[in-house]
Design a protein around this ligand. Structure first.
Ligand code: 7TS
Length: 411
């Protein structure tokens, strides 16, 4: 199997956690959609920050504080470049993708969505890109509508045209599904949202780790992602177009996000700090900067090619397992490296336990997408997900162990 551009054996050496055994077996980590593992370079960047540069940012004028601020703001610029934002002012550090989406729902949504307006999401959404819009719709008396999907979890082009209408104020869509793996026609969705004067919020939590993402080329209004799914630590990012962010009131308030404070009122800091109240996750932001350097070194096109090939191989091998039902597009070109499946109706917790005995980590459950599972008549699925450090050999181990699961449960 060709793996253009990625030397996976060398990459694996960079990840200390992959060197260990679980239950006496080499660790086979197939749960990167939940959180990725971290390379030495990321661990080192955070360790070095705490050992040599630790101070609060934007406050002290002493050398250490300036070093901390320079590193924190330097990380922001690396992320700006990684997603090709026009300005570093459009890159806001938050806790995770969930907080990024809530920021938009509160700071933009509460001010702009009114009774009778419509909000459109897709049936593929993670709860993080669904529940904030439910709360917004309930608070404002707006209506929540959905773009449906076909039997392969591909969004219906017709729905994109008809569900998004003149009544739509906001469209919330994932770029890649964390269950079906579907790469959505995000450009079409954004274009349709703009055609009716709506803003488009993109959930890129399963996209920025796996393929090149260019916010200017996409022309999205907001884009949310989590550092921990892209080799980095637990910190997230909200990208927003500057003109929109300028108009918005703050989400959280307190220190750092202000310019001047009086007894009765306050004036806000400039972007991006207007949206970064309190001491931020400094070491984590710096760690994410190192993760972005690492991914850039690999080349996001190469990352995508590797995962495409691995997904193609995994789909072919998994289809050999009798009684398996794979969710999502049949073509690896239409998906990221996430494969959720049902096997003979065996409870995913039983499957994950048997796999765990072999050192194989996969996730079983609804993967924070309960409505999506209901849409396909399932309560839960077992999900394997891949990243830069995974190999065809690990997929063979997964398939071999699933054959054991079949043997145990087929009666
Ligand atoms: N959006 C998508 C598409 C996701 O996959 C996730 C996390 C989130 C948003 C939320 O990210 P967070 O960092 O704020 O939690 N997805 C998963 C998953 O699939 N398994 O565990 C977390």
């Amino acid at each position: 199997m060709s793996q253009p551009g990625l030397n996976v054996a060398a990459i694996r050496e960079d990840f200390p956690i992959l060197q260990q055994s679980v239950n006496g077996k080499p660790l086979v980590y197939l749960d990167s959609a939940a959180t990725s593992q971290k390379p030495e370079a990321v661990l080192r960047a955070m360790d070095e920050y705490y050992r040599r540069h630790n101070a609060n940012v934007h406050r002290g004028v002493y050398a250490l504080a300036e070093e901390a601020t320079a590193r924190y703001e330097g990380a922001r610029k690396k992320i700006q470049k990684f997603i090709n934002a026009k300005s570093y002012r459009e890159v806001i550090f938050v806790r995770n993708a969930t907080e990024a989406l809530n920021l938009v729902a509160y700071a933009w949504g509460r001010a702009n969505v009114r009774a009778g307006d419509e909000i459109v999401a897709t049936v593929l959404e993670h709860h993080a890109n669904l529940v904030p819009w439910q709360l917004l719709a309930q608070a404002k008396g707006a209506r929540l509508k959905f773009i449906g999907a076909d039997e392969q979890a591909r969004l219906r082009a017709h729905d994109i045209e008809t569900q998004i209408s003149e009544k739509t104020k906001l469209v919330a869509a994932t770029m890649a599904s964390n269950v079906a793996g579907t790469l959505t026609p995000i450009r079409q969705i954004i274009a349709r949202a703009h055609a009716v004067g709506a803003v488009c919020v993109v959930d890129a939590a399963q996209a920025t780790p796996h393929l090149p993402v260019d916010v200017q080329s996409l022309d999205c209004d907001f884009l949310a992602f989590s550092g921990h799914k892209m080799l980095g630590p637990f910190v997230g990012v909200l990208y927003g177009k500057r003109a929109l962010l300028e108009q918005m009131e703050p989400f959280l308030s307190g220190g750092d996000m202000i310019r001047e404070v009086y007894w009765e009122e306050a004036r806000w800091n400039e972007l991006p700090w207007k949206f970064e109240a309190g001491t931020p996750a400094i070491a984590e932001a710096i760690g994410l900067g190192a993760a972005v350097d690492y991914l850039t070194g690999l080349g996001m096109e190469n990352v995508r090619a590797h995962e495409h090939d691995l997904t193609a191989y995994a789909l072919a091998r998994l289809r050999e397992v009798e009684g398996i039902r794979i969710i999502g597009p049949a073509s690896p070109a239409e998906r990221v490296g996430v494969i959720a499946f049902d096997l003979l109706g065996v409870h995913p917790h039983d499957i994950t336990q048997i796999l765990d005995r072999e050192g194989i980590c996969v996730r079983g459950g609804h993967h924070c997408a309960m409505p999506l599972h209901e849409y396909y008549g399932l309560a839960a699925t077992t999900r394997a997900s891949f990243y830069v450090y995974n190999t065809p050999d690990e997929i063979d181990q997964l398939v071999a162990t699933l054959a054991q699961v079949r043997q145990i449960f087929k009666a």
